[in-house]
Design a protein around this ligand. Structure first.
Ligand code: ATP
Length: 140
């Protein structure tokens, strides 16, 4: 059975997740407040809609409750990211992944019930550092 995902925030990070999930044949609901961003994703996401994720009624109307996994990729607006996460946990979404902007943001997201908190720049920096070390070991 196809799994259903929603990606909220279609910046570089959210956009890339949305693209990859769609290319893997998953059902993806793409959400952003910015009309231009939504238009960009209309061609490959199953559904692309303009909505403010801090608006609980709007999320309910989109049927977010039926989605298996929601990814919150709002970076700069920490308040919107936190409020969106609270709404999603209140609605009982099974799995919520949220992009954190800094350590305080991450701490709050975990406290309010995010299942997975990612910090793309930091996590990728760590991976690349480890790759560099292991490549150097192989080189010698
Ligand atoms: P990235 O670091 O991934 O490139 P970005 O810098 O492009 O992100 P951010 O400000 O972190 O942009 O936000 C990511 C996206 O989230 C933007 O496209 C923005 O329009 C969208 N966004 C911000 N607030 C909301 C909201 N309340 N509801 C829905 N989408 C939102």
């Amino acid at each position: 059975m196809k799994r259903e995902f929603a990606v909220i925030g279609l910046g570089r990070f959210g956009g890339s997740i949305c693209r990859e999930l769609s290319m893997e044949g998953m059902d993806v609901l793409a959400i952003d407040v910015d009309e231009d961003k939504v238009n960009e994703f209309k061609n490959f996401a199953s559904y692309a809609v303009i909505a403010d994720s801090t608006d609980e009624a709007a999320l309910k109307e989109l049927g977010i409750k039926n989605i298996d996994h929601v990814i919150v990729a709002i970076g700069d607006n920490i308040q919107a990211s936190i409020l969106t996460t609270v709404i999603l946990t209140d609605l009982g979404i099974k799995k919520i992944t949220v992009k954190a902007q800094n350590d305080y943001h991450e701490k709050i997201l975990k406290k309010i019930g995010a299942d997975q908190v990612v910090h793309p720049e930091r996590d990728m920096g760590k991976r690349i550092a480890h790759n560099i070390i292991s490549n150097n070991i192989l080189d010698y």
